[in-house]
Design a protein around this ligand. Structure first.
Ligand code: UDP
Length: 458
């Protein structure tokens, strides 16, 4: 549809999987497009849209589609399979209606940028005759593993002592592959979700990754032979990187309410580099035994700690833990994570290694201790330790639990141990490279320019 004299170069509809770790990077990428004269509309599920805390993201329009669970989202579904089936069925229909609505309002959509978790969205785009652009929120390495599984080039189940050799990747032990791969059969719906990302990727017009070329060079080069791949990350707010987008200091959408003032006042009173920040993202649900071990590990360590324990996880804390540790610890249900990581009092990040958290720590030069929970996190933790050299992994025991002594020893290693200087030096190196990737003429900056130029031409 022609709309002469429109004030923008093209209009993209951006469709993240309804979760914090997917909304953040796709929202940030949208801001980069808007800064280049593109109009972006972010489509959230009705439930997310009703429940989110939204700050200023005025440069981006928001709208909704339905995941079939308008009143409670994922937590309201009978089980993961039921949620994902409805997400696809109701999502496809309501996404098509949304695009038609925007077209009818005189804001025709030129391209759909959809999350790799939602391959059915590409069918909608193709049926409506617009460009389909897949956006992967996990690393190129992780996606290469899923691709090999999808193509039958990596047969499952893996034997526990096998070494996996894939192009562009370091040798991986079975337990360093994503949990849906190494624990094949345990979460069939999530396995399908992740592996089926590659069911129709050949038909996508572009394949975008929230990573940067320098971080995953070999595997990006390998993947670029398959598809029109571009790396566009890291997708942190601009003020933490290149500072080109004025006022872009936050993602802007929180699914939980951050305790910003409490956290920042508490951090302001702590000496430089003295605090361990502990957060396991928006979804991890550790066993009560694991939560106890973390709690005691923090309690018996020498360090101040700021621990994010979501409201749904609080009951797993030992009795009186918050009061008993109040002198050196602060526990909150959600933090302004970027502000926290950028604070000079932070010396170490104990993380589940969700990829956004890893990218944030990497971009801000904060050393990590990895305590992966599931999904891509063990693979990310492997890269954090062995490839990027910006942290260490905490070893689990035979029951799959990271014990208090192990956690304590890992934090000590990062703060005071033999690896301290090397990790810190690498952290500084990657911080600089991340900034450069988004800076003028950097690898991601050029890729985004090229994407926009093509978008406008097509
Ligand atoms: N986050 C936050 N406050 C918190 C914990 C997490 O703002 O207290 C943000 C964090 O900055 C990141 C996202 O939530 O951008 C979590 O994404 P990640 O990929 O690390 O983990 P997931 O939640 O997907 O497991």
């Amino acid at each position: 549809m022609e709309t002469p004299n429109r004030a923008y170069k093209a209009h993209v509809l951006v469709l993240p999987y309804p979760a914090q770790g997917h909304i953040n990077p796709m929202l940030q990428f949208s801001k980069r497009l808007v800064a280049r004269g593109v109009k972006a509309t972010l489509a959230n599920s009705v439930y997310i849209s009703k429940s989110m805390h939204k700050d200023q993201i005025s440069t981006i329009d928001t709208d909704t589609f339905s995941d079939g669970h308008d009143d409670g989202g994922y937590d309201n579904a009978e089980n993961p399979e039921a949620y994902l089936t409805k997400l696809r069925d109701v999502g496809s229909r309501t996404l098509a209606s949304l695009i038609e609505k925007l077209n009818g309002l005189g804001r025709p959509v030129d391209a759909l940028i959809y999350d790799g978790f939602l391959p059915w969205a590409l069918d909608v785009a193709k049926e409506l005759g617009i460009l389909g652009v897949v956006f992967f929120t996990q690393t190129c390495a992780v996606n290469s593993i899923y691709y090999h599984v999808h193509e039958g080039l990596l047969s499952l189940p893996l034997s526990p002592d096998s070494t996996i050799l894939l192009p562009g990747l370091p040798p991986l032990e079975s337990c360093e592959t994503p949990s849906f791969v190494y624990a094949y059969g345990l979460h069939p719906s999530f396995y399908d979700l992740l592996v089926n990302q590659f069911s129709n990727v050949d038909k996508a017009d572009w394949v975008l990754f929230n990573t940067f070329y320098e971080l995953e060079k070999e595997v990006v080069d390998w993947m670029s032979k398959l598809w029109r791949v571009r790396t566009i990350g890291p997708t942190l707010p601009s003020m933490y990187l290149d500072q080109k987008l004025k006022d872009d200091i936050d993602y802007g959408i929180n699914l939980f309410k951050p305790h910003s003032t409490v956290c920042m006042n508490w951090l302001n009173a702590k000496p430089s580099g003295s605090v361990v920040y502990v957060s396991f993202g928006s979804m991890a649900q550790f066993e009560p035994e694991q939560m106890e071990e973390i709690a005691w590990g923090l309690n018996q360590s020498n360090y101040n700690f700021l621990w994010v324990v979501r409201a749904t996880e609080e009951a797993k804390l030992p009795n009186n833990f918050i009061n008993d540790t109040a002198e050196k610890g602060l526990v909150v249900t959600w933090s302004p994570q970027l502000e926290v990581l950028a604070h000079e009092s932070i010396g170490c990040f104990v993380t589940h290694c969700g990829f956004n958290s890893v990218l944030e720590a990497l971009s801000l030069g904060v050393p990590m201790v990895g305590v992966p929970y599931w999904s891509d996190q063990a693979t990310n933790a492997k890269f954090v330790e062995d490839v990027w050299g910006i942290g260490i992994r905490a070893k689990m025991d035979d029951k799959g639990i990271v014990r208090r002594e192990v956690l304590e020893a890992c934090m000590k290693e990062v703060f005071e141990g033999k690896k301290k200087n090397e990790v810190k030096m690498n952290a500084m190196k990657w911080k600089k490279l991340a900034k450069e990737a988004l800076g003028d003429g950097g690898s991601s900056d050029k890729n985004i320019d090229e994407f926009v130029a093509e978008l406008v031409r097509s």
